[in-house]
Design a binder for this molecule. Structure first.
Ligand SMILES: Cc1cc2nc3c(=O)[nH]c(=O)nc-3n(C[C@H](O)[C@H](O)[C@H](O)COP(=O)(O)O)c2cc1C
Length: 204
């Protein structure tokens, strides 16, 4: 155990925030730490949109299924999986990339998710908390036009960040034998473990 693992083990999603704003410098430090995540093919296939306009926040909150925190959090970021930059960079080299295959979609999605999780962990290390908002994918076309996203990009999820005003209890995770297996996908004893976990989650 060390302080990094301790921090990871303390994680819980935060959906209620104090109203203190976050300094732009702090956000920039978080994003720089996010950019240090490993990136497939060195593609860095992501762009973040910081949304401050209250009207836009209101629309995004509604689109996400009336998620109040999208409107109220001191900071709201939209994580955009971005293959457009590869097109631009390729044009500079007089080539055209082929991003039409599923692997490109996976690449941009994984890159964006890894950098987002770096940001979440870095934020938690500063005493901040946050929530991912997959709900923005309810209507991706509307989000795309609201944020003027170009071709070859797609909104993956949002993230609210701020100083926590309310802590949830930690949500129990699956038992280790269901998640960590040796050599092959061994399915023995899975059902009793799942049933026990179900009972634990029901109490939660
Ligand atoms: C990609 C992604 C999308 C999510 N979308 C939402 C969301 O739209 N609204 C929400 O309240 N929580 C959302 N969450 C948070 C999960 O509900 C939460 O992480 C999960 O229930 C486990 O709880 P914990 O993070 O407190 O351990 C999302 C999490 C991830 C990773």
């Amino acid at each position: 155990m060390n302080s990094t693992i301790h921090l990871l083990n303390q994680h819980r999603t935060v959906r209620r925030f104090k109203s203190y704003p976050l300094k732009q410098d702090t956000l920039e430090e978080l994003v720089l730490a996010g950019q240090r995540a490993a990136t497939s093919n060195f593609a860095q296939a992501y762009t973040l949109i910081q949304v401050e306009d209250p009207e836009k926040r209101k629309i995004l909150a509604e689109l996400s299924g009336n998620q109040r925190h999208v409107e109220e959090a001191p900071l709201f970021l939209v994580f955009v999986a971005d293959l457009e930059r590869i097109w631009k960079a390729s044009a500079l080299q007089n080539t055209i990339p082929d991003t039409s295959y599923t692997e490109a979609l996976i690449l941009a999605t994984v890159d964006t998710s890894l950098m987002a999780q770096n940001i979440m962990i870095a934020a938690e290390s500063l005493g901040l908390g946050g929530v991912y908002v997959g709900g923005i994918r309810n209507q991706p076309q509307v989000v795309t036009s609201l944020l003027h996203l170009p071709a070859h990009t797609y909104p993956l999820f949002g993230m609210c960040l701020g100083f926590p005003d309310e802590w949830n209890d930690q949500k129990p995770r699956l038992p280790l034998p269901l998640v960590l297996k040796k050599e092959v996908y061994d399915r023995e004893n899975e059902l009793p473990l799942l049933q026990a976990y179900d009972a634990e989650i029901a109490v939660y």
